[in-house]
Write a protein that binds this ligand. Structure first.
Ligand code: AMP
Ligand code: GLY
Length: 432
């Protein structure tokens, strides 16, 4: 029996960030009586789920828990356990799991694999080459005055991507990865991409291996500072819908990117079940893919799930049971804006354990916790991205005002956030 027909299914969500708070919150909305567990969760997640003292990367412990507790579904949030085969391990003990298998997750796990795939299929993408040899890589970037992006092949906690404006920067980036081993084995092989220019777009496609449904289109903000200045982060803001991605453009991405990639993975005997995240740049020649992720985005999830039409539990069940073609998802009726409140120092090292004030007084929108924990009865910071303040309204302007009103009402020492989230969508002046 699918979880869809059960009023109180037993669910386990793996992960403990803002994305997983968003997932747990939505599952709770759609199934008020469900038994929801989250491993490891965070202080905010305890409002909607029971947290377990098991890390998202502890595959053996997760499988042990699933073997004895027999959840009706496991929803895996982050990429690392997917790349490491958590879904395969759960399938092996007969526990349904939402997310790609190890081989399907290779689309994120190896940038060399995904680059070869887009070339083979003719998917629109930046020019790129893969290198195992440092001298060949250095020779390639020497003649690239227009700038390149150097990417470690393997997973590097979102840090293995270096945008290089000059050949000198590219030279240094390649040496850091291939000679100094800054990202360990993940950087022994690198992909060098052409540097593209244009706004970014995240498209989230839910797939059952054969059919797919786009469940969200969002813009996220990677740089720490206003006007896209400063170092890259895991993502410090997001919004949906995206006015410069009208339905025709999304249909083009579905046709030119999502559909051929899913068909190819299926043909290779690694059908993709879960959410395929296409990261794109909207260039003058049309949308081009710069990366694939094998899971939902963070902080895209925090804006996509609150406005997703339909029943998320039913959609997950349909994806896992191969019946997505029987479902229908209407377009979102509302807009959402997420402003991520960060600790001083982020994306570098930051202090943890600082008490957070103002959480109880928030009386509108949503607050999704990321790096928080409860200590001595108080909610304290526990990471660089602390929480996302999410405004939800009929239009982006109101959603943005609400998100900022919430963000400014939550305080801890050194709290910071960008002030220009969604400003581009509203035609507001942005410092650059
Ligand atoms: P990734 O982890 O591959 O998403 O890269 C992180 C960020 O680096 C992206 O969100 C972009 O801002 C930037 N980036 C990656 N690849 C490119 C590219 N080919 N051209 C321009 N910017 C890029
Ligand atoms: N927000 C980008 C990501 O989740 O990778």
């Amino acid at each position: 029996m699918g979880i869809n027909t059960q009023p109180a299914p037993k669910l386990l969500v793996v992960g403990g960030g803002g994305r997983e708070h968003g997932i747990c919150w939505r599952l709770r909305q759609d199934r008020p009586h469900a038994e929801i567990f989250c491993a490891p969760g965070n202080a905010g997640i305890t409002q909607v789920a029971r947290t377990l003292d098991i890390g998202a990367g502890d595959i053996d412990d997760l499988v042990r828990w699933a073997r004895s507790e027999r959840p009706d579904m496991v929803v895996v949030g982050p990429e690392d356990p997917l790349i490491d085969g958590l879904v395969d391990a759960l399938q092996a003990i007969g526990v349904p799991a939402f997310g790609p298998t190890r081989r399907a997750a290779e689309i994120e796990g190896s940038k060399a694999f995904s680059s070869a795939l887009v070339t083979r299929l003719g998917v629109p993408a930046p020019a790129h080459e893969t290198f195992d040899d440092v001298d060949e890589a250095l020779a390639y970037v020497e003649d690239e005055p227009r700038g390149v992006v150097v990417k470690a092949d393997g997973p590097a906690l979102g840090k293995g991507v270096i945008v290089c404006g000059t050949p000198e920067e590219a030279d240094a980036a390649i040496r850091r990865m291939m000679v100094d081993g800054a990202f360990g084995a993940s950087g022994a092989r690198v992909v060098v991409q052409e540097l593209l220019h244009g706004p970014e777009l995240s498209v989230l496609a839910l797939s059952d291996g054969t059919s797919f449904r786009t469940i969200g289109v969002a813009r996220d903000y990677k740089r720490i500072g206003d006007g896209d200045r400063g170092p890259n982060t895991g993502g410090v803001g997001s919004y949906t819908p995206v006015p410069d991605a009208p339905a025709a453009l999304v249909a083009r991405v579905e046709r030119e990117v999502i559909a051929p990639v899913l068909a190819e993975l299926r043909a290779e005997g690694r059908p993709y079940v879960g959410v395929l995240f296409a990261g794109l740049i909207l260039t003058a020649e049309g949308p081009k893919v710069i990366e694939f992720n094998c899971r939902m985005g963070d902080p895209e999830t925090q804006v996509v799930l609150p406005v997703l039409q339909g029943d998320f539990v039913e959609l997950i069940d349909a994806a896992v049971s191969g019946t997505l073609d029987r479902t229908n998802i209407g377009p979102p009726q509302q807009a959402a804006v997420a402003v991520v409140v960060t600790s001083a120092g982020y994306p570098g090292p930051s202090e943890s354990g600082l008490p957070i004030d103002g959480l109880d007084a928030v009386d509108r929108g949503l607050v999704f916790h990321a790096g928080t924990e409860r200590q001595d009865g108080a909610v304290r910071t526990a990471g660089g991205r602390v929480l996302a303040a999410v405004g939800i309204a009929d239009d982006l302007g109101e959603a943005r005002d609400e998100a900022y009103a919430i963000a400014s009402s939550i305080q801890f020492r050194g709290a910071g956030y960008r002030s220009d989230i969604a400003a581009d969508a509203l035609g507001m002046a942005v410092a650059s």
